[in-house]
Design a protein around this ligand. Structure first.
Ligand code: ATP
Ligand code: MG
Length: 601
């Protein structure tokens, strides 16, 4: 392609709308253009990158025996009602765009495809002889994200590879899951990314395994905890560890103390000269179940620990049957406004005890009349602890479970693991923290969808059995931008060779110099012919402008038909290192071929 004929517009300044380097650079270099919130056009250079990533994904998927297909993006609401996800996805999380057609039929724009694929399996897979089966597609997904941001990282329309597998047994599912683990590692390695596979939250389905593939970068929205020995890595939503030991309490007897202005753990520790490990703090949450019932949840946890909301959500989902519900629609820390809806009187916030009275909850059909009291494991063994008194400005010290406060019947593990904690597999290892961008997620689903949708096959004994399922997703557009987030410098993007839109760019310093043009044209034709994807900067611009642009768009090799033509050579500059080589014109092709082959191994 000739730059003179391309839609080639670069910006000198960082666009105001972008916060992170990769987003700024993709906009500046003319790869993407914002059309609306979380909606981007992939311009020709970006589209080439996305096709290359898709091709790598396709090759690795096909190698495992998975088959490519293309599923509809318009999905009937009825399918989602069958799986029980319509309300959660359109209302609670509100992640699914929904619409009504001219016949008043409700539809959703596909955020994911478990329902569609399960209904296909239900219709088409009759017998165990047809299993296992793995179908995948590469397609645009739609999600009405609460906070679309960072360009392609969190779009409302983005490209994903999603695959779904069907099995007769857990062993068969595990085998495909392991194949996917390898395939995903290959995809990321081949795309030139530095990544880590981490244990991930698998929601309330529990039991079955789930792993995320994280590209390590400061701009990542996820926190990864890992150990130096390489034996443990997990998303903070899932990570487990040993908390620090609690210090022995200095309070020997139970007593109520005036503690003015101590509505935080820090202030309280200073005032009482105690350690946060000697405090039981009581944190209030509000859960709305899909039965319409609101439950006020009081979590008692050790003062130096924080509740992890994902872990709490999983525990509360397990308790859904107690509230005639299947799932949770919302889980929040109730703010003043939402407290007004159910609080009979103003709560002693910051001073609540584990036994805060149920009569703070006004009688109502929609609100459970009692607090759901949970205690985190970190608080169970504390003795002579400090906690609230249910009266603003006062705490109690020297308290004990089942003396002053009944120990809540439900013990949960909802603490957030954090940097510095001792690892479970080896207490000598401590957890380290890093930021990660989730580019892939593999998941053993089990029979969640097949059971809900009545998708069964006949086994050897003639019985109807629900399919075991797995699902596997890669964010193709997010992956492409992550590569930039991991690889750039002050001059612009440095694409890994395997996914660069072009391998090489020939810059003609002065287009009125006939010899410069002639050699450039000859190389341009020759390189492209031999499979080295090459751009030709034949614009009537100063050499400096051309070099800056070539650096900005991040093409791995720049060929300059300049001064060294006098000795039959051209200059070849490596984008990543700025290293410059003088190479004989007739050796450019073979040299580049070698470099490219080596780079994309
Ligand atoms: P996240 O936690 O980042 O919202 P998710 O867990 O909802 O992602 P999955 O449903 O597992 O994502 O989707 C599979 C992959 O699709 C993710 O690993 C990610 O790479 C990509 N992805 C998900 N949401 C978006 C988005 N809004 N924009 C771009 N890529 C996305
Ligand atoms: Mg995920």
């Amino acid at each position: 392609m000739r730059l003179s004929q391309m839609l080639f517009v670069t910006l000198r300044e960082d666009p105001a709308e972008a916060e992170i380097p990769s987003h700024k650079l993709l906009l500046r270099a003319g790869y993407i253009r914002r059309i609306g919130s979380g909606i981007y056009a992939y311009l020709p250079l970006m589209w080439r990158v996305l096709k290359k990533v898709s091709q790598i994904v396709r090759e690795e998927m096909d190698a495992t025996g998975a088959q490519e297909c293309l599923l509809p993006q318009l999905q009937p609401a009825d399918l989602w009602r069958e799986s029980g996800r319509w309300d959660t996805y359109t209302q609670a999380e509100g992640i699914m765009f929904s619409l009504t057609d001219r016949r008043d039929t409700e539809l959703g724009l596909g955020p994911t495809h478990e329902e569609v694929i399960t209904t296909i399996a239900k219709d088409m897979i009759r017998s165990y002889r047809q299993l296992p089966l793995h179908l995948y597609q590469i397609q645009t997904k739609f999600r009405d994200e609460i906070r679309p941001r960072f360009g392609l990282m969190r779009g409302r329309e983005f490209i994903m590879k999603d695959g779904y597998s069907f099995h007769t047994s857990e062993e068969s599912l595990k085998k495909t899951y392991q194949d996917m683990d390898r395939a995903y590692s290959n995809i990321l390695r081949r795309s030139g990314l530095e990544f880590r596979a981490v244990d991930a939250d698998s929601g309330a389905i529990g039991g079955s395994g789930s792993q995320e593939f994280m590209v390590l970068a400061d701009a990542g929205e996820d926190e990864v905890l890992y150990t130096e020995d390489g034996l443990y890595a997990a998303n903070v939503e899932k990570a487990v560890s040993m908390p620090a030991d609690a210090e022995l309490s200095p309070f020997a007897s139970f007593e109520k103390r005036e503690t003015p202005g101590t509505d935080t753990i820090n202030k309280l520790c200073k005032f009482l000269k105690c350690s946060p490990t000697q405090i039981v703090k009581n944190v209030l949450y509000q859960a709305v179940y899909d039965s319409g019932i609101t439950v006020l949840v009081l979590v008692s946890i050790r003062g130096d620990q924080d509740v992890n909301q994902v872990k709490l959500l999983n525990e509360l989902t397990k308790l859904a049957p107690n509230y005639q519900a299947k799932t949770i629609l919302f889980l929040t820390v109730p703010d003043a406004e939402s407290q007004q809806k159910w609080a009979a009187k103003s709560l002693p916030l910051g001073y609540m005890a584990p036994d805060v009275a149920d009569d703070y909850i006004a009688a109502s059909k929609e609100v459970n009349s009692k607090f759901l009291r949970l205690v985190d494991r970190t608080a169970v063994d504390l003795t002579n602890f400090v906690t609230g008194s249910n009266e603003s400005g006062y705490h109690v010290v020297g308290a004990n479970w089942n003396q002053e406060f009944p120990l809540p019947a439900t013990v949960v593990g909802v603490r957030t693991a954090k940097k510095g904690d001792r690892a479970m597999h080896n207490p000598e290892q401590t957890l380290q923290t890093a930021r990660g961008i989730e580019v892939g997620h593999i998941f053993q689903l089990g029979t969640k969808y097949s059971e809900a949708m009545g998708a069964t096959y006949t086994n050897e004994q003639g019985e109807e059995i629900p399919f075991m399922m797995g699902c596997y997703g890669v964010g193709v557009s997010r992956l492409a931008q992550s590569a930039v987030e991991q690889s750039y410098d002050k001059d612009g993007i440095i694409w890994p060779v395997a996914i660069a839109p072009y391998h090489a760019i020939i810059s003609i310093p002065n287009i009125s110099n006939a010899q410069q043009v002639e050699v450039a044209e000859k190389l341009y034709a020759e390189l492209n012919q031999s499979g080295i994807e090459t751009l030709l900067d034949d614009r009537d611009e100063r050499a400096g402008v051309k070099f800056k642009d070539a650096d900005l768009i991040g093409i791995p090799y720049r060929i300059v038909t300049g001064r060294s033509l006098a000795v039959g050579k051209v200059e070849v500059v490596e984008r990543a290192t700025h290293k410059s080589h003088e190479i004989l014109i007739e050796e450019v092709n073979s040299t580049l071929k070698q470099w490219i082959d080596r780079a994309i191994k």
